[in-house]
Design a protein around this ligand. Structure first.
Ligand code: F0G
Length: 425
């Protein structure tokens, strides 16, 4: 039986640039005064850490409402005050923390855990933000939902929109989306527009068009997506019994997840759920590294680039959540590294050979840990959680094309025992 002694605090939206306040149920996804990005705000209840920990522990269950079954809604007090019957949830979350000696020794740290977000219902961490985003879409009475995507957000949006009974529209860069992700998006019924342009062009176009078309925008510029993605951090901390690791490594593209991790760590610390804040290690692909370049200049300048990398999920040259990303890095005394494609593929091969597997963008976080150990940013004794953001099956074509299977390929044989023996010799 869940006890409800922790009140769910009231919320509002606030512009991160000019401080303008909007109602929680305002459907605009940027500030009407200055165009800045919005944050969801609430007063973090002080002195309730022990009670909250007990409450979150009591909710882990196979049965009951989304608060009991979902690894997002378990933390409802820290995410959204939605009536249980209005929640659009598969459920999601409850993803494993995996330890592999092989991957740890490849990366060069003794204590490495892999938080496998590819184990979500549509195979990526996006489901965490989308359950909250689509629930909010229903709360504000949206007629339809939309996103621009490199593939995972669109798969997730399409699935949650279908579950919630809302039409969905997605804009993807033509010819640049991994096969698995496109198949999901189509199968779940999203109207899919393949734009002749890159991801950055898709997002810019949609941010202009969404309001005019009366469609609710569900990219991670939407602050409710960020609220859901905070649950990755809450859940990994709960799995570690609220003993914060030294570092949390994650791939960084549009910086929505970086923003969510920073906000989650800020709130967890204010609430007293953790007594120190882990450092964020944001990992970009060398060919799509505008945030890395800005980090190198102490964030004196906002860089943009034309993005090119095998990790198509993070092929992004103008991250929309740049300001929020900077805030997260400053709060956590974090760092940004950039890794070349060959190292991303090496990491993917290593994670695959451990029986775990992930898509190239996710392997970037493991490649980034190795690079950070080599450059002595991370010391081998420090504890690290690396987030694997998407499933191996998302991007099967990349595995074959880049030999992420470590030279392993099927051996065709005649149907005889002798042929098996010959092949195994
Ligand atoms: N890893 C994967 C597997 C992703 O799909 C993405 C982003 C990221 C990391 C980076 O997260 O953008 O919040 O910094 N994918 C988006 C999409 C862009 O459309 O699916 P971010």
């Amino acid at each position: 039986m869940t006890t409800w002694r922790v009140e769910v605090p009231a919320r509002w939206q606030q512009c991160a640039t000019c401080g303008n306040r909007l109602d929680e149920l305002d459907a605009r996804t940027s500030c009407p005064e200055c165009g800045g990005l919005l944050d969801v705000m609430y007063h973090t209840p002080a002195g309730r850490a022990a009670e909250l920990r007990r409450l979150f522990d009591s909710r882990v269950s196979l049965r009951g409402t989304p608060r009991d079954r979902s690894g997002v809604w378990r933390y409802a007090e820290l995410i959204m005050n939605a009536a249980p019957e209005s929640i659009v949830s598969f459920p999601e979350g409850n993803t494993p923390m995996l330890a592999s000696e092989r991957v740890a020794s490849w990366a060069g740290v003794a204590q490495l855990q892999l938080k496998h977000e590819g184990m979500n219902p549509t195979g990526s961490f996006k489901d965490r933000g989308m359950t909250v985003g689509v629930t909010q879409a229903k709360r504000v009475g949206a007629r339809a939902v939309a996103c621009a995507s490199t593939g995972n957000t669109s798969a997730s949006l399409a699935a949650y929109a279908a579950l919630g009974g809302l039409p969905s529209v997605v804009l993807v860069p033509a010819g640049q989306v991994a096969a698995g992700k496109l198949q999901q998006t189509l199968a779940y019924g999203a109207r899919t527009l393949a734009v002749r342009g890159d991801f950055d062009a898709c997002l810019a176009l949609l941010r202009d068009a969404a309001h005019r078309l009366g469609i609710y925008l569900l990219n991670s510029v939407n602050p409710f997506r960020v609220e859901g993605q905070k649950a990755i951090v809450f859940e990994l901390l709960q799995q570690l019994d609220w003993q914060a690791p030294d570092w949390i490594a994650l791939p960084a593209g549009n910086l929505g997840n970086t923003a969510a991790f920073g906000k989650a760590l800020d709130e967890a610390s204010r609430l007293g759920l953790i007594d120190r804040i882990p450092r964020l290690l944001c990992v970009q692909a060398a060919g799509a590294a505008p945030f890395y370049r800005s980090f190198q200049s102490g964030f004196a300048e906002r860089h943009k680039s034309r993005a090119a990398t095998v990790a198509s999920a993070i092929r992004i040259g103008d991250p929309a959540s740049y300001d929020r990303g900077v805030r997260a890095l400053r709060l956590t005394r974090g760092a940004v590294v950039a890794v070349p494609d060959e190292e991303i593929i090496d990491a993917q091969r290593c994670v695959g050979s451990a029986g775990i597997g992930c898509e190239p963008a996710s392997a970037a976080s493991v490649a980034g840990v190795r690079a950070a150990v080599k450059s002595e940013l991370i010391s081998p004794e420090e504890s690290v959680v690396a987030v694997l953001t998407g499933h191996l099956l998302k991007h099967p074509d990349a595995s074959t094309a880049n030999d992420a299977n470590g030279g392993n390929s099927p051996v065709e044989i005649d149907p005889s025992i002798e042929a098996i023996e010959r092949a195994l010799h």
